[in-house]
Design a binder for this molecule. Sequence first.
Ligand SMILES: NC(=O)c1ccc[n+]([C@@H]2O[C@H](COP(=O)([O-])OP(=O)(O)OC[C@H]3O[C@@H](n4cnc5c(N)ncnc54)[C@H](O)[C@@H]3O)[C@@H](O)[C@H]2O)c1
Length: 332
Amino acid sequence: MKKKTILVLGGGGYVGCNLVRKLLKKNYQVIVYDLFLYKKNVFTDLLDDENLKLVKGDIRDLNKLETFLENTDIIIHLACISNDPSYELNPNLGKDINFDCFPKLVNKIKKFNIKQFIYASSSSVYGVKEEDSVTEDLKAEPITDYSKFKLECEGILLNESAKFNKTIIRPATVCGYSERQRLDVIVNILTNHAYFNKKIIIHGGDQLRPNIHIDDMSESYIEVIKNAEASNNEIFNVGDENHSVNKLAEMVNSSCPDAKLIKEKVVDQRSYKISSDKIFNKIGFKTKKTISDAINDLVNAFETKTLINTFDDDGYYNIKIIKQNLKSLLND
Ligand SMILES: NC(=O)c1ccc[n+]([C@@H]2O[C@H](COP(=O)([O-])OP(=O)(O)OC[C@H]3O[C@@H](n4cnc5c(N)ncnc54)[C@H](O)[C@@H]3O)[C@@H](O)[C@H]2O)c1
């Protein structure tokens, strides 16, 4: 049987690097299409893998992207300016990459024999909610432009009448080790500071923050691929543990016992709890890892010097790299 080919837009990013390795292990052919903004050589261990094709390209360059659509069965769209601060550095650029090119992309792929399109949105589309548990049927009320355009893209995809299966994933904050490491997401920030600076600084602490281990995040995309029909036209929250910031800090502390907990005034009061019951029940996706596993994986990467210069290497911090590349990204 012919292997299925998956085109992963943004496959060289934090989640993509983990997901692509899992897809290859599942015997898919994978095309990674990415600008490799943050780290260039994220697949050096896989250069001889005949099932992996790496393409340096911009999702806004549809002529280039089109050349890879002929042989593609499934698209996973992860590419974007992927947090609020990086987005806000230059909202025109953020809109260009995260929104303006999206309808053109969806229109383009209609001409090919694509069978499934999975779009990485964000659980930040809900904004601030009073409900105890945020489910997919609650009204999304995004606060920032980053979230607002995620929601707009969801609508464009779901309203598309083309015959391919469509699924929206709304991830919680991802944590843990990746070959393209991010150290600008909450659990990873706390662990980096705890391990190297021996400090865990928490602002407030009672706020709930949903997180998910990066391995589970990737597995959720794979489950959606395996259950394409059941996932068609669905929106799925994908999170696991809804811990308070205090609890996250305690977990980090138990893996980094030398670190001192320091409490500071609340700067960000947002508190929310997402429910992922729908994806658990509808397609049987189950998380297998914990947030503590993610912390321990990071500590191990620090200890073995797999991750070094964690404060000085700008590649760990999206905002720093976007700032450095603003001019060229705007001219592309
Ligand atoms: N990591 C999280 O906690 C989290 C939470 C919610 C949602 N998400 C979503 O999941 C997806 C993946 O997140 P991530 O943490 O891996 O992000 P990331 O920033 O590490 O990866 C994004 C990738 O997209 C690429 N990219 C950016 N602009 C591009 C362009 N114009 N053309 C081609 N490639 C481009 C970057 O080079 C990068 O490799 C994103 O869509 C993000 O919004 C992530």
